[in-house]
Design a protein around this ligand. Sequence first.
Ligand SMILES: *Cc1c(COP(=O)(O)O)cnc(C)c1O
Length: 398
Amino acid sequence: MSDSLNTQLIHHPYSPPVGFEAVAPGVHKASTVLFPNVRALRTQEWKDKSGYTYGLHGTPTTFTLEERIATLEGGRFCVLAPSGLSAVALVDMAFLRQGDELLIPDNAYGPGKAFAEGELKAWGISHRYFDAMNPADLASRLSPATRMVWLEAPGSITLEFPDVPALTEVVRQANRQRGASERPIITAFDNTWGAGIAFNAFDLGVDVCMQALTKYPSGGADVLMGSVVTREEQLHQAVLMTHMRLGLGVGANDAELVLRGLNSIGVRYHAQDATTRDLAAWMQQQPGVVKVLHPAMPDSPGHHVWRRDARAAACLFSAVFDESIAQDRIDAFCDALQLFRLGWSWAGPISLCAPYNVSSIRTAPWPYKGGLVRFAVGLEAAEDLRADLAQALPALTA
Ligand SMILES: *Cc1c(COP(=O)(O)O)cnc(C)c1O
């Protein structure tokens, strides 16, 4: 070797001793992974975590996170995607082909519907909406072309808690009636709300579990990431191959932040749950509030199913206001809040709120005429958040 400093700095002979052990796992970054010889370069397998081949196919950091998310969800395999929404799209692309039909709950996460209405439709994959609160409605909409059913508990924004075991049983029954050579219907579940803490979605009968790690697993409002977890090897391989061909990867520093967030996900989930129930019950008593939607509220849709199937509830509740209160008053109430900030997403440290027009985001009838605000409760003290709501409520009638 010449005495070129460039070469010496890059091919430096020092390597630190092995055996370093700390609480946090190391953060490994790679596009290139180095092989000891050509034989290893040609033969190293990338599909089963027996080694490393290229940054996109995994590093010690992403493999570690995948294993922990699989554990969180009660599954066996996990792939990571750059956002929750990209994980939704990945599941769609892994299992749907031209001519297939997809069924989506009417109250599902909106951008996932937009992917079906945009890309999937353009690719010759049709979709229909169903009422997740009515398993008979799902049964009536299944057709020979149906290949996948999305599920979500509770519904986005309106928080109705569906009977997931009954819905997955409808799909299993349809699959039993299909010929052995026919592709079965896959049930894909958006588990962002339950986060692996409130219930085990696989035990409720789903095949594929997607989660926006952006929410609880991160917990910091500073990372975008998604996961797809499966129990069956065959399903995992389908997701993995599409994931590889799409070139989806996540950055090591983001994976590190989610690994750090997972240490406290259990305590954060339950702390935010307690504050949210407190605020939801208080809000229900306030003048001008017609209905508070939260699965733990006894008259919230699906409450009895939530009690049967779940151990906890996430940090979301929605308030429906009296129809006499105009939208500009509801907007003024949101603007008057000081601790609840305006913004999308949830499960971070700061409480958030956003007004929604429910009739514009669903096809099924919606029983309320008044406006709705969805609250996402952060980690602040319940009494401070309650005082914030109290000081802003007069703006509704000002
Ligand atoms: C936020 C969210 C997503 C999408 O996650 P992003 O990381 O923001 O893309 C998907 N599903 C649900 C239920 C969500 O709340």
